[in-house]
Design a protein around this ligand. Structure first.
Ligand SMILES: Nc1ncnc2c1ncn2[C@@H]1O[C@H](COP(=O)(O)OP(=O)(O)O)[C@@H](O)[C@H]1O
Ligand SMILES: [Mg+2]
Length: 332
């Protein structure tokens, strides 16, 4: 398959004082060149851990297994240094919270010039760094160009500002500009609008869509908002408690949601015309003692005996539209 990024059977456990937390339970997903793929699911279901695994920024207490490959290069089997260089130079990242993602003691310019100069490099020699500090003309031009691309007025002015002098929406635009440094081909956006005011969320989603199309990027867009997922992406993966429970083309998945969890998520969206939407009762299971079979079974309105004991296999129900649920039997 011609995937750009491929995650196969990814398991991530955490050592905790209460035992081993088995968070990611065999996650597999792929993203083709120029494809925008959304990963949706409620808070705590493992979306950011999936992103952190790909970006190689998991905490020390984690144990990871499986395969993550970018253009067939298996990340987990190469050395840490080569891996980090590859990731930093190829994958752009837009974080969830622009308010905490920029160091308050540096101006936007200082951070930006450093990122441009040392993009993709693992170690910065201090002497070269001090010498370079005096010659930043080229970096300044690149930064201004990128800030213009994210429609920030007076980019020269923005470069001299400290993060606290900018609004949340402006900071997120700066971070989007920073994620575009170098020749990135892949972008991970982890709930990039969640921390922003509702009024500016739409502008940021529009901006990401525009940039992705302009730069022909492939994207993993993480969100808990199915509406945004539908608007942005070609395909959607639905995650529950560390398992991908359903995935497929956005149109097929939203027209014909198969997994009771996906159906519950869709029913939880408040509708202006229809009153009486229902949420999904219950909450995520403990990752230290997760259910043995389907992790959704304790909350599932259609749960059967088998669901408690056996993890369901993947079944392709429509073309490219897969579900992991005993209601749909097994693929032969
Ligand atoms: N450092 C950690 N140690 C133990 N458990 C963790 C750690 N980080 C995350 N988790 C567990 O992983 C779960 C999934 O986290 P996360 O991927 O951040 O969820 P989300 O889908 O909201 O992004 C959390 O609910 C938490 O239980
Ligand atoms: Mg998260």
């Amino acid at each position: 398959m011609d995937a750009l990024l491929k995650v196969e059977d990814l398991h991530v456990n955490f050592k905790t004082p209460f035992g081993m937390a088995k968070v990611l339970n065999g996650v597999s997903l792929y993203i083709k060149p120029q494809e925008i793929v959304s990963l949706v699911g409620e808070t705590g279901c493992g979306k950011s851990i999936t992103a952190k695994s790909i970006l190689d920024v998991l905490p020390e207490t984690s144990i990871i297994s499986g395969k993550i490959s970018l253009k067939d290069k298996d990340f987990l089997s190469i050395g840490k240094k080569e891996r980090r260089t590859l990731i930093r130079s190829r994958i752009g990242y837009i974080p969830q919270n622009p308010m905490t993602s920029l160091n308050p003691v540096f101006t936007i310019g200082e951070v930006f010039f450093d990122l441009i100069k040392w993009h993709g490099k693992e170690i910065v020699p201090w002497r070269a760094y001090r010498k370079w500090k005096r010659h930043i003309k080229e970096e300044r031009d690149i930064a201004i160009e990128l800030l213009k691309k994210v429609h920030l007025p007076q980019p020269e002015d923005v470069l001299s500002k400290y993060p606290t002098q900018l609004s949340g929406g402006m900071r997120q635009r700066v971070l989007i500009a920073m994620s575009m440094i170098g020749n990135r081909e892949f972008l991970i956006a982890d709930e990039p609008t969640t921390a922003l005011d509702v009024t500016i969320q739409k502008g940021i989603v529009e901006l990401i869509k525009e940039k992705v199309e302009e730069e022909r990027l492939s994207v993993l867009y993480i969100t808990h908002n199915l509406g945004v997922a539908k608007y942005l992406s070609n395909r959607i993966y639905v995650m529950y408690a560390g398992d991908i429970v359903e995935f497929g083309p956005s149109e097929s998945l939203l027209r014909n949601p198969l997994h009771p969890y996906t159906q519950g998520l869709l029913n939880s969206i408040p509708k202006l015309v229809k009153t009486g939407f229902s949420g999904i009762p219950g909450r995520l299971p403990s990752y230290i003692t997760p259910p043995e079979g389907c992790r959704f079974s304790p909350r599932c309105p259609k749960s059967m005996e088998i669901c408690n004991n056996i993890k369901p296999p993947l079944k392709e129900v429509e073309e490219g539209h897969f579900v992991r649920c005993h209601l749909y039997g097994k693929d032969n």
